[in-house]
Ligand binder design. Structure first.
Ligand SMILES: C[S@@+](CC[C@H](N)C(=O)[O-])C[C@H]1O[C@@H](n2cnc3c(N)ncnc32)[C@H](O)[C@@H]1O
Length: 271
């Protein structure tokens, strides 16, 4: 709790981003030997620059980047196998960062030859992906919609921990945009910070959460990891997804090493 209170003070005085740069140095030192060992054991696994990983994941541990990335790719693959009946499917990861998850998808049985696209508004992450990750088309998007032009007609779009860094208004704008980029029967998979996170909120925010309102911790650049949104399921179902078909909601699937809630949705049924 003390850590959270300090973060709140730093947020209010606009020093959270600066403090983060100092913490990155500590994080790199802390992981120096484990990361060296990982790189020696996995010489062909390219790791992103530390500052890009830290910006996206708040850690710089290559073993975790690898293992959790693989596990989360398996989650996405399992949901696609369950909910998408088409063959030769087209997949898009929105907010792919430095490829933690998407890089594993092409190695999963049944996903080796499909068309996979990734986008992020962080240009540097996308440049790194384009240079280092094969068999996937990467492109830069913007913080606000629309998506770049060729991005449409997907059987599956997924976004892991991306809505978690947006303002309320952008939740609605992006939900609209992503649904439009799906094929009529395609699925959107996205994650939210649901009930498991509510005990980590300070009192006033928790009260807001308890009455079903989206909690947004801002005062920092939108889209960045410390710009953080918390999503009561009531808000997601009754507001964000008001007109969508909720295909599946999985609360904190810890068997996939994920604390965030997972939602699988389809476009609204047109009558
Ligand atoms: C917590 S990281 C998650 C990265 C990746 N989805 C993963 O699970 O490894 C959040 C990512 O979303 C990206 N992001 C945030 N807002 C975005 C937006 N409006 N459009 C595209 N990417 C965005 C950030 O640049 C960052 O790479």
């Amino acid at each position: 709790m003390l850590k959270r209170k300090i973060a709140e003070i730093l947020r209010k005085i606009h020093l959270l981003q600066l403090a983060d740069s100092a913490l990155l140095i500590i994080e790199r030192l802390r992981n120096y030997f484990p990361n060296r060992r990982f790189s020696l054991q996995n010489p062909y696994f390219k790791t992103p620059p530390a500052h890009l990983a830290y910006d996206a994941y708040n850690h710089v541990r290559w073993q975790t980047y690898h293992d959790m990335g693989r596990r989360h790719a398996e989650l996405i693959a399992d949901l696609i196998k369950k909910h998408v009946k088409e063959q030769n499917i087209k997949i898009f990861e929105w907010g792919c960062g430095p490829a933690r998850v998407i890089r594993h998808l092409t190695k999963i049985e049944g996903f080796r030859k499909i068309d996979i696209f990734g986008a992020d508004y962080n240009k540097e992450s996308i440049r790194w992906c384009q240079k280092n990750i094969d068999s996937i088309s990467f492109m830069t998007s913007q913080l606000k919609p629309p998506l770049p032009n060729p991005i449409k007609d997907f059987d599956c779009i997924y976004a892991l921990s991306v809505f978690t860094h947006l303002s309320e208004r952008m939740h609605y704008e992006w939900m609209d945009e992503l649904l439009k980029a799906l094929k009529p029967d395609g699925i959107l998979i996205f994650t939210t910070q649901g009930d498991i996170f509510k005990n980590r909120l300070l009192l006033a925010d928790r009260e807001k959460y308890e009455i079903g309102q989206l909690v947004v911790k801002d005062q920092i650049q939108e889209g960045k990891k410390h710009f953080s949104a918390f999503h009561p399921p009531d808000f997601v179902i009754n507001h964000l997804l008001k007109d969508c078909v909720v295909v599946q909601h999985i609360e904190s699937p810890t068997s996939y090493s994920l604390e965030q809630d997972v939602w699988v949705v389809k476009r609204p049924i047109v009558v």
